[in-house]
Design a protein around this ligand. Structure first.
Ligand SMILES: C[S@@+](CC[C@H](N)C(=O)[O-])C[C@H]1O[C@@H](n2cnc3c(N)ncnc32)[C@H](O)[C@@H]1O
Length: 239
């Protein structure tokens, strides 16, 4: 499905989530056929169906539209080195690369197929070719808790719904510390996530950043208004 308006193929984030919702819809409809009263099960089926539709909208279209706006708002010069933590099939990474004709868009990932359908370095490479930006894209198989880059080697860092996948709080702190380490002084960091954003903000504050947090709105509702995506934005003070 390519309703993102992009040339590449970007899969579905955490595909078991909408899959589970659709199983719930079918189960609720079956229960509504046999159970009395029916109204409760019909209501459940409708709620789950709307939630699944919102989820699919976010993963197939909404996140592209939100990040297109965010990347435009960053007003990149075009020669920066940008890092995407947990780039997956390249949804954000490759839109950033389009804005970096003389720069470099670097993606790191462990390519988990539980977190994104069809996730693989070869797919991201093929998407970079399809979008016409392969010449400025670099992909690394690496864990964001231990980045294979020098200190202060990036002008900007982005990450979309990736860091929450690290199960332990200490691991997520490690990922934030690593991002801060490889960001140059004066560089900017943008982390969008469905949970743990307060933790990221606190950790960044402990590292000396002034981080602000905002809600990215309905285009990034993964499970309705009660599961919004928050954006953490920080700038590393000049050294
Ligand atoms: C929901 S997907 C989002 C991918 C991409 N940012 C996007 O918006 O399309 C989360 C990504 O985080 C990656 N990931 C999870 N844990 C990671 C880790 N410890 N280090 C690097 N990547 C990780 C997964 O492999 C997956 O590609």
């Amino acid at each position: 499905m390519k309703i993102s308006g992009r040339k590449g193929r970007y899969g579905i984030d955490a595909p078991y989530v909408p899959g589970g919702m659709m199983v719930g819809v079918i189960a609720s409809i079956m229960l509504a056929v046999f159970a009395h009263p029916r109204a409760g099960w019909v209501a459940w089926a409708v709620i789950l169906l709307i939630t699944a539709a919102l989820y699919l909208h976010t993963t197939l279209r909404g996140k592209f539209s939100v990040w297109r706006d965010r990347l435009d708002g960053m007003r990149l010069r075009g020669d920066e080195r940008l890092l995407d933590l947990g780039c997956g099939r390249g949804a954000v990474l490759l839109m950033a690369a389009e804005r970096l004709p003389k720069g470099r868009a670097v993606g790191v990932d462990i390519w988990s197929r539980k977190d994104q359908s069809g996730n693989a370095i070869e797919i991201t490479r093929a998407n970079a070719m399809a979008e016409g930006v392969a010449d400025r894209v670099e992909l690394h198989t690496a864990d964001m808790r231990k980045l294979p880059f020098d200190d202060a080697s990036f002008d900007a860092i982005v990450s979309n719904v990736a860091i929450h996948n690290i199960p332990a709080r200490s691991g997520r702190d490690q990922a934030i510390d690593e991002a801060w380490r490889v960001l140059r002084h004066g560089g900017r960091l943008f982390i969008a996530d469905i949970s743990k954003s307060s933790q990221y903000r606190r950790r960044l504050a402990a590292l000396g950043a002034t981080a602000i947090r905002h809600n990215l709105g309905w285009r990034m509702w993964w499970g309705g208004p009660w599961m919004p995506t928050m954006l953490i934005e920080a700038r590393k003070p000049d050294g």
